[in-house]
Design a protein around this ligand. Structure first.
Ligand code: ATP
Length: 469
């Protein structure tokens, strides 16, 4: 038996040092991470299993993995999946790191994103789409946010969870349509056929390509509206307008792509590759076999600094570390600022009269009074009570007694109480995250407003009031 190579060896979180959070999706957190063996940087997408199951997203996640697996490393215009692994609670996707962010940020900078850039990246996008369609896959959620840049400013198409795999071979004409029950994708880029009969086809991606080209050229989306409904109405009526000064060749190409009837879109009738799009005047003179170097959008230093991963971090990812990364690295220095602003008076420094007065007011006007057994509330506020990566928002009520109740503010039901004892301890991790340690449990808490230190301070004061030793 041959020994496993570095490539084939099963990976675990401890093979990586996890650095800053690059972004968060609806059910994932993406970290910048460094391979401890090679020093190479990756983007690791971490998905909480229980959340995926709860949200019924298993199919979406599996599809993303499968599509990325099919694409492998054979097309440079897609984010590459290097490894996947899992532990008890989470799935990990090790992806190529898109160091220079997404194209939307660049499109918004009209000074640097010229028509030359639009032409170059439209060509890269077209090559990516051709490759995908050649594999029998429809992306179905092409939009500028899903077009990232690698360190050399080449496009990396991402977010393949909504993709549809028709076949692994080049599709035949009659296979090009597929039924779905509900609309997938993003309102502004969704094609009319997906709205009218929930039917997506390769041409749906060509529609999105037309929308993206429009946006690359003028900075605006073609179909805009105050609500999804209004956007959909405009798409169905093909109601959009070119702003003044819109490049004439680009305009012609957009018009030939934004056609209600999918079969009539430019490229729909092409046998192999999208030769009619390649040959459009907008791309005149462009050699699709060698697009040349990308336009200069930013200097090296416009991307992220060389290493975002501090050396002192240990490999692996536990909950504490995940939380610390989310806040410490994004908001350095905040801890010391917050610390200075804490009041000097102890929360328990109350005269009997004051207690009576406040209790009277609380009985009359505090919606949470019924949960606190007529104890005076010293401090209350929303706190996210974390379990795994996910959190439940609770109203925390610190009262005389002492008690630390927590209530579900939506159903207005008492959910529990943190038990007091001489062994109760607080620990602030940063301005948002804090722990309350009890002999049997560690409560993992987050103050969304960033007053974790204040929570720790007042809980400690109550503790020393009732448990002076
Ligand atoms: P949703 O799942 O809600 O559709 P999403 O697709 O943006 O959102 P993710 O794919 O988990 O969710 O990505 C979350 C964010 O992480 C992205 O918006 C992006 O900013 C960042 N990100 C994702 N992949 C990479 C990558 N390969 N390199 C750098 N940053 C990335």
């Amino acid at each position: 038996m041959t020994p496993p190579t570095e490539e084939s060896r099963k990976r675990t979180p401890t093979d990586y040092i996890f650095g800053k959070v690059l972004g968060e999706g609806s059910f994932s957190t993406v970290y910048l991470a460094k391979d401890v063996h090679t020093g190479k940087e990756f983007a690791i997408k971490v998905l909480e299993k229980s959340h995926i199951i709860r949200e019924k997203k298993t199919e979406y996640v599996m599809r993303e993995k499968e599509v990325l697996r099919i694409l492998g490393n054979s097309c440079p215009y897609f984010v590459r999946l290097f490894w996947t692994f899992q532990d008890r609670d989470r799935l990990y996707f090790v992806l190529s790191y898109a160091k220079n962010g997404d194209i939307l940020t660049q499109i918004d900078n009209r000074k640097t994103f010229t028509i030359h850039c639009a032409r170059y990246y439209a060509a890269e996008l077209l090559l990516g789409i051709e490759f995908l369609h050649d594999k029998g896959i429809i992306h179905r959620d092409l939009k500028p946010e899903n077009l990232l840049f690698d360190e050399n400013w080449h496009l990396l198409i991402t977010d393949l969870g909504s993709a549809k795999i028709l076949s692994s071979e080049k599709p035949e004409a009659d296979k090009s349509k597929t039924r779905r029950n509900s609309f997938v994708g993003t309102a502004q880029f969704v094609s009319p056929e997906m709205l009218t009969d929930s039917q997506s086809s390769f041409e749906s991606d060509l529609w999105a390509f037309g929308c993206i080209l429009f946006q690359m050229v003028c900075g605006e989306m073609p179909f805009r509206g105050g609500s999804e409904y209004l956007v959909f109405q405009k798409i169905l009526k093909l109601e959009y307008a070119f702003p003044e000064g819109f490049d004439e060749c680009a305009k012609d190409l957009v018009e030939s792509l934004l056609v209600i009837e999918p079969g009539k879109r430019l490229g729909a009738a092409d046998e192999r590759r999208y030769s009619s799009i390649r040959q459009h005047e907008f791309f005149s003179g462009r050699n699709f076999d060698d697009l040349g170097p990308p336009p200069k959008l930013g200097d090296e230093c416009d991307g992220l600094p060389e290493s975002e991963i501090p050396d002192y971090l240990e490999p692996g990812l536990d909950e504490e570390k995940a939380s610390r990364l989310q806040f410490d690295l994004l908001c350095p220095g905040e801890m010391s600022v917050r610390k200075k602003s804490l009041p000097n008076r102890k929360i328990t420094d109350l005269s009997p009269e004051e207690i009576c007065e406040r209790l009277e007011a609380q009985r009359k006007g505090n919606a949470y009074h019924s949960f606190v057994e007529d104890n005076l509330i010293l401090k209350q506020g929303f706190v996210d009570k974390k379990k795994g990566f996910f959190a439940k928002r609770r109203m925390f009520l610190l009262t005389l007694g002492p008690h630390l109740y927590y209530v579900d503010p939506v159903t207005m039901t008492l959910k529990g109480e943190i038990p007091w004892s001489n062994d109760l301890k607080t620990e602030a991790k940063n301005f948002k995250t804090f722990f309350v340690h009890t002999p049997n449990r560690k409560y993992y808490l987050e103050d969304p407003d960033g007053y974790a230190l204040e929570w720790c301070k007042v809980i400690d004061e109550v503790k020393s009031h009732y448990f002076p030793d």
